[in-house]
Design a protein around this ligand. Structure first.
Ligand code: ZN
Length: 67
């Protein structure tokens, strides 16, 4: 199981269908993308995340609280 968006293998099952295990929802621990097992996912290259993009997101300074 790999994340369709960032190709990480750090994926866990977030939710399982209440009946018959008909589907599962997976969550990528790396980029927080989630998807359902029954979806046929095609992510365009434009929206794919690379390690560089994820690292870049991490260096954006948080917005300071307004007071
Ligand atoms: Zn991911």
């Amino acid at each position: 199981m790999t994340c369709p968006r960032c190709d990480s293998e750090n994926v866990r099952i977030m939710v399982t269908a209440p009946v018959d295990n008909a589907w599962e929802v997976y969550l990528c621990e790396k980029c927080h993308y989630s998807w359902r097992s029954t979806e046929d996912i095609h992510i365009s290259e434009k929206f794919k995340l690379t390690d560089e993009k994820i690292d870049a997101m991490g260096v954006i300074p948080p917005v300071p609280p307004l007071d």
